[in-house]
Ligand binder design. Structure first.
Ligand code: M6R
Length: 613
């Protein structure tokens, strides 16, 4: 969702802010804006709908003298349409601010502070700027006190960066739920919505914690406790991502680069945790207490959103009969409000690339309130979900910039496999041979991913028939159906082709009515025990003249002429076909969207990190 960057220091703030905004573009947005001081010391706020590239010439035109303090924002509209006046920063009197989140009581604040009539646009944020300005004027221009008073009356989620016109060097920051990180170096102080914007400047960062107010100046970065307004310490963490990991490296899109990185990211995820054929989570702080808990649990609940949910579903399906206790998977936005039974013998596994997805975070809070223990599988270090969980397993995939998740999915699958294998082992549900075999297959999957990537040229040739369609289907049975859910999500989110994933046996109960001549049907067939049934369903759609692409394991026999296109994957253990199938389906989605000339890395209406409900 919204991207945020602020800087006060020696460098050219325009450059830092605009480059930061470009880096944060991947989060998904529809308008953007910046605030600097003009040569007269007044706010210079410049905004634009559309891309950062449309904002840059406006900034270049307006501002001539060097600026060293500024804030910038990319907006993903929630309240109020995509209009220049609704873009941030919002300005009122001596206050200019940017915001990620939603202020729920903005209407009552508008009434309380009698703001009707003085507002330009329709956003909750503009009301907050006005309210803060009134408080600031009334309280002798005391920034910390005014911010403290503001936080007492606003309700909702927020990350704010605030500039005051009479405080030329300072940027203030507060947050509730929505993430913020900060860093200081000899160049100055930086605050941003995520660490990707900080990578060029520093190797260390701090998470802005709940209940802190940050004051960033040219030569200092100070945190205060919001209640006492006394100084508190910022904990430092290392940034392990490099600037190169956040660059395209010659690939046409980040998505394609990230698809290709999957072998090495899988290696990064599994190698530190597989020692002599056994799984070792010591470095993830899975301690004796955790092991005692694993032995005692009565059920496991896997909770996530989107692609992360699909990875969780794969794990839940594979390990259901291995651990021999119920493992259920839940959509986080449902789980947080449903009446699922959770107790102190429940283990909740959360999966999240960003570690900031609001519904997953709310599920975490619910699970803990009911006494469950939470392990999260997260990619972004220091993210909220990682910090709030009882235990965290970092996936070490490096930054995933494309909105469509690819490498994060495969490492999430590997992580949940390792975790559930480990739990099964400590519960004596499986023996060492089982564990050795899982580890061996995980390592073999690195090579299997690379082999699947070799199909890229073939896939480029077949997407024409998909890209010209309005609708498409993925079908599968058992695990192949679960893989299909992810294949369909990938195709629809970047190619805008309506794609349904269907359990193949269920088609004839209604949905087969939608199959007509040339409807693309991508059938996934890697589960040997059920392959003959799936192939019968393929025949049914072929008989209705569908355009069939069959993704099939090389050791499964099929009738000639069953499909228009056959993509074979190498014979692997059924539980591990997830890796090559993921690569093939990601490439199908990528090249279909490419053929349609779409904005693959930043598909319409989507955000990388979904921090609102
Ligand atoms: O950051 P998270 O893994 O929690 O994000 C969850 C979903 O929003 C995400 O997986 C989304 O479905 C993907 N971008 C789709 O490719």
């Amino acid at each position: 969702m919204c991207g945020i960057i602020g800087f006060s220091g020696k460098l050219d703030a325009k450059k830092v802010i605009l480059e930061g905004l470009s880096t944060l573009e991947y989060r998904g947005y529809d308008s953007c804006g910046v605030c600097f001081f003009d040569p007269n010391g007044k706010f210079n706020i410049i905004k634009s709908t559309g891309k950062v590239s449309e904002l840059i010439p406006k900034v270049d035109k307006e501002e001539t003298s060097a600026v060293h303090v500024g804030i910038g924002h990319t907006r993903w509209a929630t309240h109020g349409g995509v209009l220049t006046e609704n873009a941030h920063p919002h300005h009122a009197g001596l206050v200019s601010l940017i915001h990620n989140g939603i202020i729920e009581n903005y209407l009552s604040l508008r009434e309380q502070f009698k703001l009707t009539g003085s507002l330009e646009g329709g956003t909750d944020t503009e009301i907050v700027a006005n309210v803060l300005n009134l408080i600031y004027e009334k309280n002798g221009h005391d920034a910390l006190l005014s911010i403290q008073m503001l936080t007492k009356i606003i309700k909702g989620t927020f990350a704010f960066l605030i500039m005051f016109e009479d405080r030329k060097e300072e940027i203030y920051a507060i947050k509730h739920v929505s993430p913020l990180v900060c860093a200081s170096s000899s160049d100055g102080a930086f605050i941003a919505s995520d660490i990707t914007a900080l990578i060029p400047y520093t190797k260390e960062f701090s998470v802005v914690e709940e209940g802190m107010v940050i004051c960033a100046k040219r030569d200092s970065l100070v945190a205060y406790d919001i209640d006492t307004l006394k100084k508190v310490t910022l904990k430092k963490e290392e940034i392990t991502w490099t600037i190169d990991t956040a660059k395209k490296d010659g690939y046409t899109h980040f998505m394609l680069k990230e698809i290709h990185e999957q072998g090495s990211s899988l290696d990064n995820t599994i190698r530190p945790r597989i020692v002599d054929g056994e799984i070792d989570f010591t470095n993830d702080n899975i301690d004796d207490e955790a092991i005692r808990f694993f032995k005692d649990i009565e059920k496991i609940q896997v909770v996530a959103c989107g692609t992360a949910l699909h990875a969780g579903k794969v794990g839940a399906n594979v390990y259901q009969d291995v651990i021999k206790i119920p493992i259920d998977d839940y959509i986080a936005s449902e789980y947080r409000y449903n009446n699922t039974l959770i107790n102190d013998k429940t283990l909740v596994i959360l999966l999240s690339q960003s570690g900031e997805t609001i519904d997953t975070l709310a599920s975490l809070e619910k699970a803990k309130e009911h006494g469950a223990k939470v392990i999260s599988i997260v990619n972004v270090k220091g993210s909220t979900i990682a910090r709030e969980s009882d235990y965290v397993i970092y996936t070490h995939a490096g930054p995933e910039i494309a909105v469509a998740s690819t490498k994060a999915y495969t490492v999430q699958v590997a992580s949940i496999y390792m975790l559930l294998t480990y739990i099964a082992y400590v519960r004596n549900a499986v023996d060492k041979n089982f564990v050795n075999n899982i580890c061996k297959n995980l390592f073999a999957s690195i090579e299997n991913i690379d082999k699947a990537l070799k199909k890229e040229e073939d896939i480029k040739m077949i997407v024409k028939n998909i890209s010209s369609s309005h609708d498409a289907f993925y079908i599968g049975r058992g695990l192949d159906y679960v893989f299909s859910l992810e294949g369909a999500l990938k195709l629809k989110e970047i190619s805008y082709i309506h794609t349904e994933a269907y359990a193949a046996g269920e088609l004839k109960h209604g949905t087969i009515a939608l199959i007509e001549e040339k409807t693309p049907v991508i059938a996934v067939c890697t589960q040997k025990n059920i392959s003959s049934k799936l192939l019968s369903n393929v025949k049914e759609v072929k008989a209705r003249d569908a355009y069939v692409i069959l993704i099939i394991s090389e050791d499964i026999e099929y009738e000639k002429d069953l499909a228009d296109i056959v993509i074979k994957i190498d014979k692997v253990d059924d539980r591990f076909s997830v890796f090559p199938v993921a690569v093939i389906t990601q490439l199908i989605a990528y090249y279909t969207a490419y053929d349609k000339g779409l904005d693959i890395d930043k598909p319409r209406n989507l955000a990388k990190s979904v921090t609102v409900e």
